[in-house]
Design a protein. Structure first.
Length: 314
């Protein structure tokens, strides 16, 4: 029986860039390497989660710039042509998030960091889509030979967790983000996975987020990276680390049913750290007492995207 390999590696709670780089290298090596994704001269799109301006750079809402920097350096060393690219949530200024999170500073140092909202778009068909038959995305995303999804380990107010598969929603234009919620978020994410076919996933669990995610949750210092060539397997392992039963997370279960990847724990080999040794139950959104204390209005509606819900916070 073929097994998917997922690596769990510790980074330390407040790692330096060098420590992050070593952890990224180790996680990639343990999970089988990046050579197949980073062919010589091939464009590799590194996709962080920069959903919206967080309360602070250490709130756990957005992917650490050091993680993407390290991955960029690894891809470049393999001969690939890396680019860090993102479009934040509907109505959000991506550049503002990049400045706050340190991505603009990477750009100043010579790293290619792209605000997708400022780049050309293209309408493409979605073959075998369940709710999407076509979608408007960015030319850069379609030109990439490989896409590496680099989300944060965090909870979400609609999907329990938001990890590497859901992170792909940042590769479509704002209007499409909203439309996917209207048509069906769970099926829509699987449609995007089939379109973009991410070659790798690296979950940033250095600082995760629990409770009222994906922006206003509470930071959790986990000091972890979770990596592998099957994003669904990676998301399943990350969910278990967060205290969820991976097979009960609807978003992941639907993706498995659609053939996106492997979720079954019996078919996933975990290397590096053991899940049980690093597991820490994350507070669910509905358990976050700040909802009552601060009068936050939560819209439990699949049609409401993050951009819309941000506007409803009080």
């Amino acid at each position: 029986m073929t097994k998917s390999i997922v690596a769990i590696v510790t980074t330390g709670v407040r790692p330096s860039y060098q420590q992050v780089l070593e952890a990224v290298k180790r996680s990639v090596t343990l999970a089988g390497g990046l050579e197949s994704a980073a062919s010589p001269g091939g464009l590799v799109l590194i996709k962080p989660n920069l959903v919206a301006p967080p309360p602070s750079a250490e709130s756990g809402a957005c992917t650490s710039a050091n993680v993407c920097r390290a991955l960029y350096d690894v891809v470049a060393d393999l001969g690939g042509r890396p680019v860090i690219a993102e479009s934040s949530a509907r109505g959000v200024d991506t550049e503002a998030v990049m400045r706050l999170m340190g991505y603009s500073a990477l750009r100043d140092r010579g790293y290619q960091v792209v605000d997708l909202k400022q780049t050309p778009t293209v309408k493409v068909p979605v073959l075998d889509g369940h709710v999407l038959d076509q979608v408007t995305t960015y030319e850069l995303a379609m030109e990439a030979e490989a896409i590496i999804s680099v989300p944060v380990m965090k909870t979400h107010d609609q999907t329990d967790v938001t990890l590497s598969l859901k992170n792909l929603k940042g590769l479509v234009i704002d209007a499409e983000k909203r439309r996917i919620h209207q048509l069906g978020l769970f099926e829509g994410v699987s449609d995007l996975a089939g379109l973009f076919r991410p070659a790798y996933a690296l979950v940033d669990g250095i600082i995760g987020q629990e409770g009222l995610g994906p922006v206003y949750g509470l930071p959790v210092r986990m000091g972890l990276l979770v990596a592998g060539a099957d994003p669904l397997s990676v998301d399943g392992v990350a969910s278990e680390i967060m205290g969820f039963d991976r097979c009960q997370v609807r978003l992941l279960r639907i993706a498995e049913e659609r053939g996106v990847g492997i979720l079954d724990p019996q078919r996933v080999q975990v290397v590096g750290e053991r899940i049980e040794d690093v597991r820490r139950r994350f507070m669910r959104m509905e358990e976050d007492e700040r909802i009552k204390v601060q009068g936050v209005r939560v819209l439990h509606d699949e049609e409401s995207c993050t951009g819309c819900r941000n506007g409803q916070q009080r």
